[in-house]
Design a protein around this ligand. Structure first.
Ligand code: HEC
Length: 137
């Protein structure tokens, strides 16, 4: 009676000992694999949001006629973007005001020469451009 009761327990113990050892090895291997994959995943989702916004403005400026009168660090017909960035802080009010200037044109702030209006620009695009300009300190 006692033996019949014990036998399955002993068998189970033996089976568990051999299988248990094997399976725990497998587990640690899997863990290591998972750990080495995690950093790779992270690097895919960390482009700077601010950088992306600035480059959108830069791309818009590239598409327009801005570069015939402006350069980043040299005065042409209009002031260098870096001078503009030094003159104005990147506040919401300044971005609004300068975006309106880019759309409707302006003069008198940097000399007698006027900036031509860019009536086809949307306010949103003009703001992206101004944000980019003001990021060029
Ligand atoms: C025909 C030449 C010309 C073109 C094209 C031009 N600008 Fe200008 N820009 C000027 C001049 C001149 C000024 C200085 C105006 C002033 O004295 O108020 C100026 C001023 C600016 C300023 C500063 C405004 C201020 O009140 O201080 C910004 C910002 C600017 N331009 C952005 C742009 C962008 C963005 C574009 C393209 C969409 C562009 N400009 C296209 C000539 C130009």
């Amino acid at each position: 009676m006692r033996m019949r009761f014990l036998a399955p327990v002993v068998l189970c113990a033996v089976v568990l000992a051999s299988c248990g050892g094997g399976s725990s090895e497998n587990k640690t291997e899997k863990k290591e694999e998972a750990a080495s994959e995690t950093p790779a995943d992270n690097s895919m989702v960390t482009p700077g949001a601010a950088e992306a916004a600035a480059s959108k403005g830069a791309a818009l400026i590239e598409q327009k006629d801005c570069k015939t009168c402006h350069k980043v660090d040299v005065k042409l017909v209009g002031p260098a973007y870096k001078e503009v960035a030094q003159k104005y802080e990147a506040t919401d009010a300044n971005i609004e005001m300068l975006a309106d200037k880019v759309i409707s044109g302006g003069s008198g702030h940097w000399g007698e020469v006027a900036m031509t209006p860019h009536a086809d620009l949307s306010k949103e695009d003009a703001k992206e451009m101004v944000k980019y300009v003001l990021s060029l300190k």
